[in-house]
Design a protein around this ligand. Structure first.
Ligand SMILES: Cc1cc2nc3c(=O)[nH]c(=O)nc-3n(C[C@H](O)[C@H](O)[C@H](O)COP(=O)(O)O)c2cc1C
Length: 384
């Protein structure tokens, strides 16, 4: 059905299409519920106990499946329950910043259909931490909240006189969420679209984590750090030392890319169109190879308890399984929702469940045995 609607959505400005899609999300979630029930029932051969195969331990809880909505699509926590109804195992709200912000001037979101990708320079637009936190508390009181969600927090997109003020801004945003029932928090140190294009380097990340210690004591929830999919291996190696010292739970790998290629290959979109779009972060299918390389690098070096959440070009059960076999604890996706539509999470879960049943395994078992040579074949995956 989405194939019929997509040309209409793609004929309008991407941000208007995005807002329109969000406004009809409650109706989509309602309509998707019978589809979800039927698709999962068929994938489990009408044996509900099979759904346990999809359970995934990550992000401060046990998720129904390893698919999480990545940050950026529900920046203000408007639709937490609806994402669950659409089949996500969890939702990452945000990025939320201490102060409300309109973000960068429009146009700031662009489709690259030939690459199934997007470029955005939204610039951390959002209602601000106080408004989002109050909404989440209200939703819980109305029992209108999906069961599992996290909050992604970033530095406000404005200039600061000193680094201390910048760090204070992040701490203030975290502190606004005391009393909110988030399962985890993510610190976004990799937004490529702030006014100064500044990402957090090692020293600033270290100081921010030190300053966050008291508020983390209050929140008592796992903390993840979201790095860029462009992160250099030297940077992540230094970061690993820090994470251990500050007892960070895991890394989300990762954010959009300022590069304009698909691994070794150029993008399918014409160079003229890419130049016309200008600055911003690339997301979608072209990120997958880079994300997998970074994941493998981290997997070989990280302490065993550090979790890795794969994010970048995830759009199928095949890619979810590849990420899990490369060491991911769970996966996140965003851009694929624009290309494949709202039924994508259910379609991926149903495909995963069929493969797991055929192999007689669960997600947790494939994670525990991921170095077993025959696993790829039994899950229907080709050679890497
Ligand atoms: C329009 C748009 C807005 C985004 N906003 C945020 C954000 O506010 N915070 C964040 O951490 N990531 C943000 N992201 C990045 C995504 O969470 C994700 O890391 C990235 O898109 C790669 O995943 P994908 O290939 O599945 O889209 C945004 C992505 C897009 C396309």
């Amino acid at each position: 059905m989405f194939d019929a609607i997509r040309p209409i959505l793609f004929s309008i400005d991407p941000e208007i299409a995005h807002d329109l899609s969000l406004s009809i999300l409650p109706a989509c979630a309602f309509a998707a519920t019978p589809y979800k029930t039927l698709a999962l029932a068929m994938a489990s051969d009408f044996d509900e106990s099979q759904l346990i195969r999809l359970k995934t331990r990550a992000l401060g809880g046990i998720l129904d499946n390893p698919l999480v909505l990545a940050a950026g699509l529900d920046k203000n926590g408007l639709h937490t329950a609806h994402w669950h109804a659409l089949g996500f195992g969890s939702v990452e709200i945000g990025s939320v910043t201490a102060r409300p912000s309109n973000g960068n001037p429009r146009p700031r979101l662009f489709r690259l259909p030939r690459d199934q990708a997007a470029i955005n320079r939204m610039g951390l637009n959002g209602q601000g931490a106080a408004a989002v936190s109050q909404r989440l508390i209200r939703q819980r009181q109305n029992q209108d909240l999906g069961v599992h969600y996290g909050i992604n927090i970033a530095r406000s997109n404005r200039s600061f006189a000193t680094v201390d003020q910048e760090i204070e801004d992040v701490v203030e945003a975290f502190a606004s969420f005391a009393g909110v029932s988030a399962a985890y928090y993510a610190l976004n140190i990799s937004c490529p679209n702030t006014h100064d294009g500044l990402k957090f380097e090692i020293d600033k990340t270290d100081s921010t984590l030190s300053a966050l210690a008291p508020v983390r004591q209050t929140l008592q929830k796992p903390l993840y750090i979201k790095i860029s999919n462009d992160a250099a291996t030297d940077f992540v190696d230094d970061l690993l030392v820090l994470l251990d010292r500050h007892e960070v739970t895991g890394l989300i790998v990762g954010n959009t890319s300022t590069r304009r290629n698909n691994g070794e290959r150029p993008l399918e979109t014409s160079p003229a169109r890419i130049a016309e779009i200008g600055a911003g972060g690339l997301s979608g299918r072209p990120l997958f190879g880079r994300m997998m390389a970074l994941l493998s690098h981290l997997d070989a070096r990280k302490p065993s308890q550090l979790q890795l959440i794969a994010c970048g070009g995830i759009d199928s059960a095949d890619r979810v399984l590849q990420a899990l076999l490369a060491g991911a604890d769970a996966t996140q996706l965003y851009t694929a929702m624009a290309y494949k539509g709202p039924l994508l999470p259910v379609d991926i879960s149903a495909d995963l469940l069929q493969r797991l049943r055929r192999a007689g395994l669960s997600i947790q078992e494939i994670q525990a045995n991921r170095h077993t040579a025959s696993l790829r074949r039994s899950l229907g995956l080709g050679e890497p």
